[in-house]
Design a protein around this ligand. Structure first.
Ligand code: G3D
Ligand code: MG
Length: 217
């Protein structure tokens, strides 16, 4: 009887687990965001920005919400490390792509990489959030400017592709861009971070993927 009740209790109180990957160029603020999420949601605070070095490999963090556990994976963004991202695509339930809204010089590099994320077949139906980080900086582009910059970049890409080779998967990309959500945050001061986590929480609940089947399982 005890085991039966215990089993029933475990079944009723079991939390669904979802994996969220945080990707973007090196320096975009992914690790700072992960550590801020830990600080905002957990009793043990995450690292402060002065303790964060460049990420080689991955950092992880877990957030426990009512009925749900979100497991975050912050993947290194340097050129050589980016080619391991796809290994995480099959088992993730959502993707947060972080862009440095302050670094105008690297925006197009960021869009080039974002474009490859948008068109990755394994995550075509997975919720994708574009996070415009560093909104605390007076030089940062706003959410509207970031969206516009990406759309302009994309338009230029389509036009130059028309002149040369084909631009593969354009229809899929256009659909994704039309429904793309962009949120402004500051990973340093925490502005917008809870709203972004809420977005991910709501969207993974509606995700087509099996919740328990996550990364590392
Ligand atoms: P990464 O993990 O994407 O590579 P990091 O990026 O989290 O290591 O952050 C890269 C740099 O951006 C760090 O500065 C960090 O403090 C800064 N940064 C991260 N988020 C924000 C933000 O919201 N606002 C501002 N102003 N800066 C931010 P350093 O100087 O250590 O390179
Ligand atoms: Mg990092």
């Amino acid at each position: 009887m005890y085991h039966l009740l215990k089993g029933l209790h475990e079944h009723l109180t079991r939390k669904e687990e979802f994996s969220v990957i945080i990707i973007g160029l090196d320096g975009a603020g992914k690790t700072t965001l992960l550590e801020k999420i830990k600080t905002l949601y957990n009793e043990t605070p995450g690292l402060t920005p002065d303790k964060i070095g460049p990420t080689v490999g991955q950092n992880t963090g877990t957030v426990t919400l009512p009925s749900t556990i979100l497991q975050f994976w912050d993947l290194g963004g340097q050129r050589g490390i980016r080619n391991i991202w796809h290994k995480y695509y099959d088992d993730c339930h959502a993707v947060a792509y972080v862009i440095d809204a302050e670094d105008r010089e690297r925006l197009s590099e960021g869009w080039e990489v974002f474009d490859s994320v948008l068109s990755a077949p394994q995550i075509l139906n997975v919720p994708l959030l574009l996070v415009a980080n560093k909104q605390d900086s007076p030089n940062a582009l706003s959410v509207e400017e970031i969206r516009q910059d990406y759309e302009d970049w994309h338009q230029r890409k389509v036009e130059s592709a028309r002149r040369s080779a084909r631009y593969e998967g354009e229809a899929d990309r256009r659909d994704r861009i039309a429904s793309l959500d962009v949120m402004g945050i500051s990973a340093i001061d925490g502005t917008g971070v809870k709203a972004a986590v809420d977005w991910l929480f709501i969207r993974v609940q509606n995700s087509r993927r099996d919740p328990q089947k996550g990364i590392g399982r």
